[in-house]
Design a protein around this ligand. Structure first.
Ligand code: UDP
Length: 253
């Protein structure tokens, strides 16, 4: 079989040309990075978990009418997605203070926000993804005012959905990041949720114990990242059934 054409390789995923025009195959790697890739490790099984979890969230979003790039999962590490034009912004929604907002504004981690706060970061690794305002976004042409209004509405719908799904399994959705893309249908353009939604891009705290079940486990060396992600997957009922830790083949009579 001919090798697939690689379109783009990022820190945690690879995009390949899809089977039909307008599609890509998104491959989830086991690589974990933090602090703008200063910290890097390969964590066996992370890609499989994120592929399943992202599928679960994207399918749920589609079911409630939030458009996404997701078409279907192909195998343990790959999913078929629609090709979109990524808007060069990371959209962060915060329900509880943690991470950069705590540092920047001196708000103690764990402080509830008076209302969900939507922030935009300009996607540029060399600059360390700086926080930008709507003024910058419009002035520099990264998105229009209409796009921004739509992006905020989309991000808040994702927040409501994700908060509810997590609440049902005793997990607090502290914050998350999404990326948004444009899809053109003739002359019409619409915005869809793209990239991935997984514990790599969310902060998830156990409601009872406060235990962190997200990438902060890696960022802050708090234990096993796969154990944390597996716990999220187990609670949501999306644990991959064909991943086992058995090392020896078993004889079946
Ligand atoms: N986030 C992400 N990718 C990034 C930056 C942030 O997925 O490049 C997520 C992060 O996991 C958290 C949320 O966005 O759930 C807010 O991150 P924050 O601004 O607090 O930055 P951090 O503390 O991760 O540097």
């Amino acid at each position: 079989m001919a090798r697939r054409k690689k379109i783009y390789e990022g820190k945690a995923k690879i995009l390949y040309e899809g089977p039909e025009p307008g599609t890509f195959v998104q491959y989830f790697k086991d690589d974990a990075t933090a602090f703008n890739a200063e910290k890097h490790d390969v964590i066996e099984g992370k890609g499989v978990l994120n592929n399943r979890l992202s599928e679960f969230f994207m399918v749920g979003l589609t079911a409630i009418g939030v458009p996404t790039h997701f078409i279907k999962r192909l195998n343990m590490r790959e999913q078929l997605i629609r090709q979109v034009e990524i808007i060069p912004l990371e959209v962060v929604v915060r329900n509880v203070a943690a991470g950069s907002i705590s540092k920047r504004l001196g708000i103690e981690e764990g402080t509830p926000m008076p209302r969900p706060i939507v922030e935009f970061y300009y996607k540029d690794d060399a600059l360390g993804d700086p926080l930008v305002s709507e003024e910058h976004i419009i002035a520099f042409g990264w998105a229009t005012q209409q796009d921004l209004d739509d992006m905020v509405a989309l991000a808040l719908r994702v927040n409501d959905f994700m908060s509810g799904v997590m609440l049902a399994v005793d997990i607090k959705l502290v914050d998350f990041k999404i990326e948004i893309g444009r899809i053109w249908e003739g002359d019409f353009m619409r915005l869809v949720v793209a990239d991935e939604i997984s514990p790599d891009s969310c902060r998830l705290w156990d409601m009872k114990t406060g235990q962190k079940l997200d990438k902060d486990v890696f960022r802050r060396d708090l234990g096993s990242l796969t154990d944390a992600y597996t716990e999220v997957a187990r609670r949501l009922g999306v644990l991959p059934t064909n991943v086992t830790h058995a090392t020896k083949p078993t004889l079946i009579n």
